[in-house]
Design a protein around this ligand. Structure first.
Ligand code: HEC
Ligand code: HEC
Ligand code: HEC
Ligand code: HEC
Ligand code: HEC
Ligand code: HEC
Ligand code: HEC
Length: 463
């Protein structure tokens, strides 16, 4: 047995020598990675029985697509790119639902039929692992395949693959879409070390051969000195990640997700799922209420007044993290929006329609709706936003008149009741409103915002 195991190591070594990318797999970093760990790393039972130790490269790479003349599971015939045990990605899988055979990583990172010892790999979503929410998907494959009100959203792996192969040098036509964001040789076990960013499991697509989040200048506190970690689930005194105290709520325990996500989203990207281009996101420009300014949840400061809920509201000019609102893999809500934000569950699933006020359930995790603004007594005012937009004594910069011209026709009237205008008409990344746009659901234009922005115009940046 011993000599045959040695022979297998030799085979792996020869594969490495034949491989031009060998220098990118650094032995020391691999052995401290989640996959390379000798006690919880990669371990396909079939191979374990043949003598391969836990963490051995061979659990992912097979030199001849077979071992001792027998092709191990999955049996998919012939050699695969990078000598992996299966092909990396089936490019015919253009939309979800994904099957295990579509993506190499899903052979292990799935709830059932995992090749990893035990038959299941448990990974929760961000809202649960770092935010403390309950429920949600229990594996990465399930995270991408979530049901939802109008079908949960997901990072479309075909689009990621297609974008990355033209954009990033390391990424080839044969690459695995997960490798656009992860380096399987470097990823560490963050889920068991939630308060330690040196265990980050991601690599920037522009810096694939390095972990992202582990070095001293790669945390949210480095992206902005006025980052404020949101509340931990169910708490108003502890914070993400992992219910830390206020002495650690400055983002220093969390990788700088903004720089990471913006490696791709600083430009327009195409979405097959949405059948359109996705806007470029500007998280760094300032400028207040100018059309060319950046997002106000980013470095651009909110103007005049924001009526926000704790823990926001103390400092001016907060900068948020993408993962304060989004999941990285998939969600039951449209646009990868988290199931829980700032310590509370959203309560509903939110679709991408422009015909309702469901979106407000997301905003009210951090902003005061009429219920919060009115002292939290009348539950009929939950997700009602009159105060924010039409005043009522709370804020000096309400955009519309307290008594808007009744005949303006902005709100649809059902019976005697003015219905809310769907939030997505006006709010979102890169959006602003002025005298000429946006419209309501049926295309009517909205009168210019009442409050002048002090810069000689009536324009307001609305996200
Ligand atoms: C968790 C599975 C997994 C393990 C374990 C693993 N690899 Fe890989 N390896 C991959 C994947 C996936 C790719 C293809 C990367 C891509 O899609 O671009 C790859 C690619 C490579 C490449 C090609 C160059 C590169 O970096 O992309 C080399 C060389 C390599 N692996 C060597 C190793 C060695 C040596 C070990 C053990 C020390 C190892 N791998 C362990 C999954 C793994
Ligand atoms: C767009 C970038 C992106 C893509 C694509 C992506 N991931 Fe991730 N992944 C992340 C980020 C960011 C995190 C860290 C936050 C978290 O744990 O949710 C993460 C975390 C993880 C984790 C750890 C989860 C835990 O338990 O905390 C695993 C495992 C993982 N990804 C596997 C995958 C696999 C497999 C794929 C491909 C099917 C994939 N990822 C595609 C960005 C990405
Ligand atoms: C042979 C099985 C196997 C394959 C294939 C595999 N993984 Fe893993 N993965 C594991 C194991 C085992 C762990 C560590 C144990 C754990 O995290 O529970 C792990 C951990 C991870 C982590 C760190 C999770 C954390 O704790 O934060 C990431 C990220 C990850 N894998 C991504 C990938 C990606 C991306 C691929 C495909 C390129 C892949 N894995 C393929 C078995 C596998
Ligand atoms: C490797 C490039 C890449 C990185 C890194 C990346 N994205 Fe994406 N993202 C894409 C592409 C391509 C699409 C379009 C395909 C789609 O709709 O999923 C997309 C789509 C999205 C969507 C819209 C999904 C939908 O269909 O509703 C959201 C939201 C999103 N990304 C958020 C993020 C966040 C948050 C991060 C950081 C954790 C991130 N992205 C990192 C490439 C990337
Ligand atoms: C995770 C918390 C959080 C969520 C969720 C959130 N916001 Fe905000 N929002 C903030 C913070 C904090 C500020 C203040 C930023 C600053 O200080 O520059 C802000 C600022 C704003 C501003 C700028 C206001 C001004 O006076 O200039 C608008 C508009 C806004 N948010 C709209 C929304 C909408 C619409 C939603 C729901 C789709 C939403 N926000 C969801 C935290 C959040
Ligand atoms: C017709 C356009 C329009 C629609 C529709 C709209 N808003 Fe607004 N909203 C605005 C404008 C303009 C501002 C002022 C931005 C500023 O403060 O500079 C604003 C501000 C906000 C703010 C920031 C409040 C603060 O304290 O500064 C929140 C939160 C908000 N809206 C939520 C919503 C929600 C939820 C909906 C859907 C139910 C919605 N809005 C629908 C135009 C709109
Ligand atoms: C305050 C919460 C919040 C934060 C923080 C946030 N987003 Fe979003 N994001 C949203 C909402 C709400 C939508 C849906 C409305 C829209 O399309 O803008 C969205 C949509 C998106 C989309 C799809 C846009 C499109 O054209 O359909 C992408 C991509 C995205 N976000 C990426 C990011 C990235 C990258 C970051 C960090 C730099 C980020 N988001 C930070 C709330 C947020």
């Amino acid at each position: 047995m011993v000599s045959s195991v040695k022979a297998k190591w030799l085979a792996v070594a020869m594969f490495l020598m034949n491989c031009s990318g060998v220098e990118s797999v650094q032995a020391g970093k691999y052995t401290i990675s989640a996959h390379g760990d000798a006690s919880y790393g990669v371990y396909r039972t079939d191979l374990g029985l043949l003598g391969y130790s836990q963490g051995n490269c061979t659990h992912c790479h097979e030199q001849h697509a077979s071992i001792d003349g027998i092709e191990q599971a999955p049996v998919n015939g012939g050699a695969s790119p990078f000598n992996l045990f299966s092909k990396t990605f089936d490019t015919a899988a253009i939309t979800k639902p994904y099957n295990q055979a579509d993506v190499f990583c899903f052979y292990c990172h799935s709830t059932s039929g995992s090749l990893q010892q035990g038959g299941a790999m448990v990974n929760y979503d961000y809202a649960k692992t770092f935010g403390g929410a309950s429920g949600g998907p229990t594996s990465i494959m399930d995270a991408f395949n979530q049901p939802g009100e109008i079908d949960g959203s997901y990072h479309n792996l075909y689009d990621i693959w297609d974008f990355a192969r033209t954009e990033f040098d390391f990424f080839t036509d044969n690459s695995d879409p997960c490798s656009a964001c992860h380096n399987p040789h470097l990823a560490r076990r963050n889920k068991e070390n939630k308060r330690d960013a040196s265990y980050a499991c991601i690599s920037r697509p522009t810096e694939h051969s390095d972990q992202w989040g582990d070095d001293v200048d790669e945390q949210m506190s480095d992206y902005s000195a006025i980052y404020q970690a949101p509340f931990y689930f169910g708490s108003s005194s502890t914070y993400e990640p992992d219910a830390v105290s206020s002495s650690q709520d400055d983002g220093s325990l969390t990788p700088d997700y903004n720089t990471f996500c913006l490696d791709c989203h600083n430009q327009q990207v195409y979405s097959t799922t949405l059948s359109r281009n996705i806007v470029a996101i500007d998280w760094s420009a300032s400028g207040g209420d100018l059309s060319g300014a950046g997002d106000k949840h980013g470095s651009n400061n909110a103007t005049v007044d924001v009526v926000s809920r704790s823990p926001y509201g103390v400092l001016p000019g907060y900068v948020l993290s993408c993962l304060d609102c989004h999941e990285p893999h998939g969600s039951p809500n449209a646009y990868l929006i988290r199931r829980s934000i700032n310590g509370e569950s959203l309560g509903v699933t939110i679709d991408s329609g422009k015909d309702g006020s469901a979106r407000g359930n997301q905003c009210r995790q951090c902003h005061k709706d009429d219920y919060e603004a009115g002292g939290s007594v009348n539950t009929g005012l939950i997700n009602v936003w009159r105060t924010t937009h039409h005043g009522g004594g709370l804020a000096a910069d309400n955009p519309y008149r307290t008594t808007q011209v009744p005949g303006c026709g902005c709100h649809e009237v059902v019976g005697n009741k003015k219905m809310p205008i769907a939030c997505d008409n006006c709010h979102g990344h890169d959006k602003y409103v002025d005298a000429t746009h946006p419209g309501t659901i049926d295309g009517r234009s909205i009168p210019a915002p009442y409050f002048t922005n002090g810069q000689g115009g009536y324009l307001r940046r609305t996200f």
